[in-house]
Structure formats: C-alpha cells, structure tokens
Design a protein around this ligand. Structure first.
Ligand code: 0X9
Ligand code: ZN
Length: 344
C-alpha cells in the first residue's frame, strides 16, 4: 500500500513486498516457487491471472539477471503495481488479462543483488565459487544453452562474462530454463529487463545470420500450433511481403515510439548482434531457439551519464515510459494471436 515504488529496495524488502502483494490481491495474484539460488535463497515469481474462457497465453518477464542493474527489479515491481491498480478500470489491461497470464520474476540473480547492497555496488554476476574458491560468479546471461560460450563470453571466471562450467551450470539458470521449457507451448512473449543503454534488442546475439522470422516459422512447424493461429498468418506475411521488416522489429519499433511519446526518451531497436555486440548463452536467444515468438531484451535508462547507478529521482519516469513500451508490445502480441482470428 505505502511501498515506495520510486526507491530501490534491498532483497528483504522485495520478499516482503511479494507477500504483501499476494495478500492484498488474492483474487488475481499468486506467488510461486521457482527454485533455489546458489546460496540457498528461494526464487519466487508472481502470477497475475484473471479467470477467462479463452485459451490463455503467457507473458514471461524477468528482471535483475545482472545484479547491479537496479532499475530492472524496480521496473518489475512497478509493472505489477500498475497492472493491479488498473486492471479493474482499464479496458486495455482487462483485455490483455483476458488472453494473457503475466509471470513476473522480480529478481533473477538474488545472491548477486544482495551482494550489490552489502559489498560491491557494481557486481554483475551470480555468486557461485569457481577455481577452488579463488573467484566468484557466473554471468547468468551467458549461461543459457544457446550457442553456449561461443562468442562474447569467457571461460575465465575472473571475467565479467564468465559463461560458467557448462550450459545451465548455475541453479538460477536451471530454475528459469526448466520452468520456461515446461510452459513453452504457451509462452507468447519473453521479456528480460536490463540496464543500461536505452535499447530494445531482438534475437539474435550469437549470430547475425539467422532471420528471426524464418526461424520462428520453422519452430512453430516443428512444435505444432495447437490454437491454429500463427502458422498460416506468418506464412502469409512472409509470402506477401517478404522484404518487410520482421514483425519483431516492427513491434519493437512501435514500442520504442510509445516509450518516447511519454517523456521524450530515445531508444534504438534492433538485433543484439547488429546494434550492441555479439553474445552467446543469453536467455533471450535461448527463448527464441525453443520457439517463443516475441522475445526481447530491454536495456533501460540511461545512456551512460549514470549508467548502472541510475538516481532514484529517475525511477518513476523510467518506469512510466517502459510501461508504455511493454503495453505496446503486449497489445501487438494480442493482435497477432487473437483479434484477427476473432473478428475484433
Ligand atoms: O551483455 C549483456 O548481457 C546485456 N547487456 S548488459 O549491459 N545489461 O549486460 C545485453 C544482452 C543482449 N542480449 C543478447 N545479446 N542476447
Ligand atoms: Zn544486463
């Protein structure tokens, strides 16, 4: 109720916030255990769900895979708050919740996040020990099973981009990937929130040579399309207009426009390898590889003035504009899956 969403919060307060939210909104929110961190802390996600007769899809959103990117967990909490405060009155949010359940993991890298509060504000990785305890931490966004440790990642534990001892070697990665894998047929949208850089990034980071549109089609064909909504449409798009930008790009660009309309903040949109740098083992590429259609990495404010240490005075505006972008993506996900097939 009186939680300050324009402040950063230590992990203990975020755990309390989750309990409070679930108690305040029992009819829409449930809290679920996902797994344990290396240091044996429980990982929970919140599920926001409304009863509906429609076959629902899932939005997955995680924040704080990188410990020092504090604005990301702040956004996950903001997002949950906004949805809960508005779902009764906002027809836009009601429409989304009729068709989508929201799964929100506010802090993925809990051990690292705590370490940034207690010891080293700029810590990035997890906290598992390696090389006989001489160095610590895996970059969890290099630890997924997507062209693991091939580019933009390191086998040396001293490095910021240490990929771990194998794909999914870290318990935090494993917890997320097992869960996503078990629900993948139903996940329509995968969003992973980072900072900084003001970017909306789409697959791929590990190669410049894979067209996401064609890949998506292949995956949908392989795994089937139980609702019968995607394959035909995508094929049609591809045949009719095959030099148009990929839908992921259009959807991302529209989201960046919606974001900018709020406070004037400029974002760039593109594939990771094209507009940022090559990375392997990222969660977003992995999500795409297992067939999740709308997969994005968001890099929130700023552009380097404060970097990871974004002042609390910017939390509200950052979250407000990011909310616009995320809702824009979700509106498009809704359009792709439901509205055309239902005549409005
Ligand atoms: O390097 C990263 O993991 C992300 N940047 S950050 O400054 N937040 O660490 C970018 C990840 C982009 N995603 C992929 N390349 N897959
Ligand atoms: Zn990051």
């Amino acid at each position: 109720e009186n939680y300050s969403y324009d402040r950063y919060h230590p992990m203990g307060e975020i755990y309390q916030w989750m309990s409070q939210i679930r108690e305040n909104y029992p009819e829409v929110v449930t809290q679920h255990f996902l797994g344990m961190t290396y240091e044996s802390r429980p990982m929970y996600y919140l599920k926001i769900s409304q009863p509906s007769n429609n076959p629902k899809k899932i939005l997955w959103m995680d924040c704080g895979i990188h410990a020092r990117e504090w604005i990301a967990p702040a956004f996950c909490q903001w997002f949950v708050k906004e949805i809960l405060q508005n779902y009764k009155d906002s027809s836009r949010i009601r429409r989304l919740l009729k068709n989508l359940d929201f799964y929100v993991l506010p802090v993925l890298n809990i051990d690292g996040y705590i370490y940034t509060w207690t010891t080293d504000r700029l810590w990035r990785k997890s906290r598992s020990p390696h090389d006989n305890g001489t160095c610590f931490g895996t970059d969890l966004n290099r630890n997924f099973n997507a062209s693991w440790c091939s580019v933009g990642a390191s086998h040396n534990c001293q490095d910021l981009t240490f990929c771990g001892t194998g794909p999914e070697s870290e318990p935090e990665t494993k917890a997320v990937s097992s869960f996503i894998e078990s629900r993948k047929e139903n996940i329509a949208c995968f969003l992973t929130m980072h900072s900084y850089g003001q970017l909306i990034l789409l697959p791929y980071g590990y190669t410049e040579n894979k067209s996401s549109n064609h890949e998506e089609l292949v995956h949908l064909e392989v795994r089937g399309d139980p609702l019968g909504l995607m394959i035909g449409k995508r094929k049609e798009n591809l045949l009719e207009d095959d030099d148009s930008p990929f839908p992921e790009l259009q959807v991302g660009q529209k989201a960046a426009n919606a974001l900018k309309a709020k406070h004037g903040t400029n974002y760039r949109v593109g594939s990771s390898a094209d507009i940022l740098y090559a990375t392997s083992g990222s969660s977003r590429d992995w999500a795409r590889d297992i067939g999740i259609p709308f997969s994005y990495t968001f890099e929130l404010r700023d552009n380097g003035t404060y970097g990871f240490v974004l002042p609390e005075a910017q939390i509200q505006a950052t979250c407000e504009e990011t909310m616009e972008a995320v809702l824009s993506v979700l509106d498009d996900v809704y359009e792709k899956y439901w509205s055309a097939s239902r005549a409005g």
